[in-house]
Design a protein around this ligand. Structure first.
Ligand SMILES: [Ca+2]
Ligand SMILES: [Ca+2]
Ligand SMILES: [Ca+2]
Length: 150
């Protein structure tokens, strides 16, 4: 009797571990759908279009924002400063940071964070990034990161 109880308990333990392990795989392997990505892109635009809030991203607006986020004033955004900007629970904080960090020094310069992205988004070369240009650029970028994430 003792034996069969302990065998059963052992079996139950193993089952729990297996269930836990497969849940972990599902969570890690989960990719966001298009709608969820679109919500992230929307939130991103709202967080950047602040001064003036005119549904356009101006170059100077992004530089001002960069300087505000650069809390220790060293002219660079560290991962900590970047995470404070995007939110600690933002799924793509690390891959997005690495995407911006061209020279891989674990810091983002104005060139890396503002200029590169601005020129990539601003397809018609004027001084404003429209909502459409932003959406197009970030939807593609997040799709790419989403597929290579987890
Ligand atoms: Ca604006
Ligand atoms: Ca800094
Ligand atoms: Ca860098």
């Amino acid at each position: 009797m003792q034996n069969s109880v302990s065998i059963y308990l052992e079996f139950e333990q193993k089952m729990k571990l297996m269930v836990f392990a497969s849940l972990a795989v599902i969570v890690l392997g989960q990719h966001l759908n298009t709608h969820e990505l679109q919500q992230l892109v929307d939130a991103g635009f709202v967080s950047l279009d602040v001064n003036p809030k005119d549904n356009l991203l101006e170059y100077d607006e992004l530089v001002t924002l960069f300087n505000q986020k650069d809390v220790d004033g060293d002219g660079l955004l560290s991962m900590t400063e970047f995470q404070a900007h995007v939110g600690a629970d933002f799924l793509f904080a690390e891959p997005l940071f690495n995407n911006y960090d061209v020279n891989k020094d674990q810091k983002l310069s104005v060139q890396e964070f503002v200029d590169n992205a601005y020129h990539a988004m601003n397809t018609n070369g004027d001084t404003q990034v429209t909502r459409h240009e932003f959406d197009h650029y970030y939807t593609q970028l997040l799709h790419h990161l989403n597929q290579h994430h987890g």
